[in-house]
Design a protein around this ligand. Structure first.
Ligand code: FMN
Length: 294
């Protein structure tokens, strides 16, 4: 057994899931983490969207919501880091507890609800990094405030704020913990949203690739619609998938009854099947980033 499994993990499990997450962020901020000493095997390197990825394994959105530790995550050996989701205004998210381990299932359920410090502080982190001449692939995952009634403005605001700094942009219409958000995956709403976001990007000096992050809980018809919209609007990629609101019958943990999005091993098969489906529905013409249970 390695140090993580035999010592660190049992210690972290003494804390509730969100406190353990917070501690991990602090450790990365303090520089208490092992640096990746060997450069990744060159066989893992690939080029996409004018970016050179050192490895295809990245950190998904939700870990570094406030863009505080992406440099440390790159130093750990991740090939890229997706920060956020960030919303224009800071918001505290749902009441705690809101993150639950399912140890028997190797999964997590969260209903954080886009807790984050908002765009001003987030963008400043990118600016500081830029000023230090930082390098690496760092994406910005954009969400909307819970109190925002407008379907589009928050995403457009996000694009204007971060297009100059982020390596790629993600329109996140798939988190289950913001009421109404996932409805934006429906054909007409998505067309309107992506159209507005692409227009906003065209007005920015830098035009980073634009991706959409999808839920694993869409019907086959909705997935086809999403694929058609993606092809028609020529977005640069799809992230497959966010957490699921489904609860596979195989779950054992008592925490399976908690409301929120399920991630980890119980999502692996589901999200991988959707990856296959989306590849077919987009004729292999759009880069897909697989997420879920990795
Ligand atoms: C605690 C937690 C917070 C998350 N927050 C976000 C988020 O803010 N935005 C987002 O797009 N996805 C978020 N996700 C979803 C992940 O990015 C990922 O899509 C999902 O967890 C499935 O991958 P995994 O099984 O490897 O964890 C979050 C997941 C977890 C567990």
């Amino acid at each position: 057994m390695n140090f993580y499994a035999s010592v660190l993990r049992p210690l972290l499990f003494l804390l509730d899931a969100e406190s353990a997450h917070h501690l991990a962020i602090q450790a990365l901020k303090w520089g208490v983490y092992p640096r990746s000493v060997n450069p990744p095997d060159p066989v893992l390197k690939f080029d996409l969207w004018d970016l050179e990825f050192p490895t295809p394994i990245g950190m998904a959105a939700g870990f570094d919501k406030n863009a505080e530790v992406f440099e440390a995550l790159l130093n750990l050996g991740f090939g890229f880091v997706e920060t956020g989701s960030v919303t224009p205004l800071a918001q505290s998210g749902n009441d705690k507890p809101r993150m639950f381990r399912l140890p028997e299932d190797h999964g997590v359920i969260n209903r954080l609800g886009f807790n984050n410090n908002g765009l001003v502080s987030y963008t400043q982190k990118f600016k500081n990094w830029n000023n230090r001449g930082g390098s690496g692939i760092v994406g910005a995952n954009l969400g909307k405030n819970k109190t925002s009634n407008d379907k589009i403005t928050d995403f457009v605001t996000g694009v204007y704020a971060v297009a100059e700094y982020a390596s790629y942009l993600v329109v996140n219409v798939s988190s289950p913990n913001t009421p109404g958000l996932r409805d934006l995956q429906a054909r007409e709403d998505l067309l309107e949203l992506i159209g507005a976001v692409i227009r906003a990007r065209s007005e920015c000096e830098k035009k980073p690739p634009l991706l959409v992050k999808m839920a694993p809980d869409l019907s086959d018809e909705d997935m086809s619609d999403l694929a058609e919209v993606a092809l028609a609007t020529k977005i640069d990629g799809i992230i497959v998938t966010n957490t699921t609101i489904n609860r596979p019958a195989s779950l054992l943990s008592k925490n399976k009854v908690e409301t929120g999005g399920l991630s980890g091993e119980p999502l692996l098969e589901m999200s991988t099947q959707i990856l296959r489906d989306m590849y077919q529905k987009t004729n292999g013409d759009i880069p897909l980033i697989g997420v879920g249970g990795v």
